[in-house]
Design a protein around this ligand. Structure first.
Ligand code: AMP
Length: 374
């Protein structure tokens, strides 16, 4: 864990009893609302349809993110606005911002909604990413493949998640067909990073620039969906420090307020003498609380959800110290039917999101196990 010293004054702070406005009504909003309510805050959720956060909030608004009258009424009813997903339309954020501060701010959204903008931003900070090439048509894809080779990965610039909006360009793949399969939208082509592990840093930055990161965690995916997170990641101390420094560099550059997640690939290069050297490559930034940080609810002094609320309220950040070695497993689709057995397992901390339909691929809950460290 890393934590910088902080000076924070109650005068600048939002007070207990105030109302947090959250855009988005999914499980991240639900866990944010639960953390806020423990700290004596009220929560008003704004979402286009009912979702898991509605069960635990004080008020909700069901309206489109383009409904400016509803957005203005919502902003007037809350003390600060935040969000649980990064695809908040720029216009939505600016309508809200006319009345209430939106945290994290517009720059965080602008830099993380578009993969091309995000990778350019990172490289300008000296942070390595996969090699990439802008693709605006099938000819651009051919030029990208000539530069990056096969296999490579074509991704839509916007609105991709859990592997959606991605296609692998293999030997013999028809480039025009692949480009059309992603809707002929603006894309980037990425070189394949030969990673040995995927890791993430979950960190927070306060309004006064204070920074706190939890220990780096290690993530495994199943069909592109996060399956298990372990903390701490089994990586060198030097890589762990570098990963946290990268997260701090990014958060500082965005003048960020709130919890941020930075997903990274760990690559092992072999030197001439056979020794292995670790190297980190940033894959993605999420300007929000993140699935690979859910373990912090049961496994750390301060959870990512509480920390986000503390940051956006201008409160001191909490300690990110772990309680032990952690394993968090997502309950996807039918996995949720294990709920009864999990409740019977000593030490298993079960979280269910209150979703009714256990469709394949749907995140229904998670379970965290904390093992004492000797
Ligand atoms: P993303 O939606 O960009 O996070 O990608 C989903 C998953 O695809 C990642 O977690 C990786 O497992 C894999 N992936 C994405 N981009 C690359 C890349 N450039 N090289 C290797 N694997 C990748």
């Amino acid at each position: 864990m890393v934590q910088t010293s902080q000076i924070s004054s109650p005068d600048q702070a939002i007070k207990p009893g105030a109302t947090i406005g959250i855009l988005g009504g999914g499980q991240l909003g639900r866990m944010l609302a639960l953390a806020a309510s423990r700290l004596g805050l009220r929560v008003h959720v704004f979402a286009p349809e009912s979702g898991p956060a509605f069960d635990v909030c004080t008020r909700h608004t069901i309206a489109a993110y383009e409904d400016e009258a509803a957005l203005t009424a919502f902003a007037q009813a809350v003390d600060v606005v935040t969000y649980e997903f990064e695809n908040v339309p720029a216009r939505t954020a600016s309508v809200l911002n006319a009345t209430r501060v939106v945290r994290p701010g517009a720059d965080a959204l602008a830099k993380t909604q578009d993969r091309l903008v995000e990778k350019t931003f990172l490289n300008n900070l000296g942070i390595p990413t996969a090699p990439f090439h802008q693709v605006d048509d099938a000819g651009g894809l051919a030029r990208g493949v000539a530069q990056l080779g096969r296999p490579s990965i074509l991704k839509t610039r916007r609105f991709g998640y859990d592997g959606k909006g991605q296609a692998l360009v293999r030997e013999g793949s028809d480039l025009a067909v692949i480009y059309r399969s992603l809707g002929a939208k603006p894309c980037i082509l990425e070189g394949v990073v030969p990673f040995v592990k995927e890791v993430s840093v979950i960190a927070a930055r306060g309004i006064n620039g204070a920074f706190a990161a939890w220990d780096v965690c290690e993530n495994t995916h199943d069909h592109h969906i996060l399956s298990v997170t372990r903390a701490p990641a089994a990586i060198s101390e030097q890589s762990a420090v570098e990963a946290m420094e990268m997260a701090k560099t990014i958060a500082d550059a965005l003048d960020y307020v709130g919890v941020i997640a930075v997903e990274m690939f760990l690559v092992e290069d072999k030197k001439a003498d056979g020794a292995k050297v670790e190297r980190l490559v940033v894959n993605e930034i999420a300007p929000r609380v993140h699935n690979s940080g859910h373990w912090t609810i049961d496994g750390a002094v301060t959870s990512q959800f509480e920390q986000h609320i503390r940051a956006i309220c201008g409160w001191p950040l909490g300690s990110t110290r772990r309680h032990g070695r952690i394993e968090m497993t997502n309950l996807i689709g039918a996995d949720v039917h294990q709920w009864h057995d999990l409740l019977g397992e000593p030490g298993a901390c079960l979280h269910l999101y209150g979703k009714h339909d256990a469709r394949p691929g749907r995140k229904m809950g998670h379970v965290t196990r904390v093992f004492p460290e000797t």
